[in-house]
Design a protein around this ligand. Structure first.
Ligand code: HEM
Length: 186
């Protein structure tokens, strides 16, 4: 591993970010609940890795913590990596949430920069995707199954916005569990 690497679009992420205008829509047995939240995300440069002596990936590790605005209790914790494959222009987000759910989401990087000088990172995974999948415990598969995950992050000039949709089968119905927030580099 070396840390003299080109992180490509992931270079924009590295640092500590905070935002307090998050909105979560989460499932409840009788419908849904809306949770306003504040959030801290820390992205750290790892370096690069070589796979099978041919694929070189640039890697950023992150940890995010989400607190309910009402009482500052933690409502989401997530750790993972963002990975950049320059050769195929692919971004990958591998993540774990402590409900015994792991996601390997990926997508082709579109190098377009918008009018605010920001880049977009767009990844998806589904339980039946040929490349990008979800692994979950037997309990979650049966009772609170994650069927798909999509995450879009727009980042640049010290500002980040994201929207994500986690499609669940829970309480005998289909539920679109969504989260969005705006964060600023500290
Ligand atoms: C900002 C991000 C997120 C927040 C704030 C959040 C928050 C929540 C909340 C408040 C619940 C309801 C928990 C309860 O009623 O006890 C929930 C349920 C759930 N979340 Fe998330 N979540 C986030 C992201 C994710 C992600 C990325 C995944 C998976 C890829 C995920 C998977 C689930 C699952 C499977 C449940 C159903 C478990 C249950 O309600 O019993 N969540 N989430």
């Amino acid at each position: 591993m070396s840390n003299q690497v080109d992180f490509g679009p992931l270079a924009e992420l590295i640092g500590v970010w905070k935002g307090d205008k998050g909105t979560d829509l989460a499932p409840e047995p009788d419908g849904a609940e809306v949770n306003p939240y504040s959030e801290t995300i820390t992205y750290a440069a790892v370096g690069d890795v070589t796979n099978a002596e041919s694929q070189v990936l640039a890697v950023v590790r992150y940890h995010l913590e989400v607190m309910h605005k009402e009482n500052n209790s933690k409502i989401h914790d997530e750790t993972g990596y963002w990975i950049w494959d320059a050769k195929t222009e692919t971004v990958i987000n591998s993540l774990i949430i402590p409900r015994a759910v792991c996601v390997l989401a990926g997508g082709k990087f579109d190098s377009k920069v918008d009018e605010n000088g920001q880049l977009t990172l767009d990844v998806e995974a589904t339980i039946d995707h040929s490349d990008w999948n979800i692994i979950q415990s037997p309990f979650m598969k049966e009772k609170a199954r994650t069927n798909s995950f999509n995450r879009t992050i727009t980042v640049g000039n010290g500002k980040m916005k994201y929207f994500q949709s986690t499609k669940l089968s829970i309480y005998g119905k289909e539920f679109d569990h969504t989260d969005e927030n705006e964060l600023f580099r500290q």
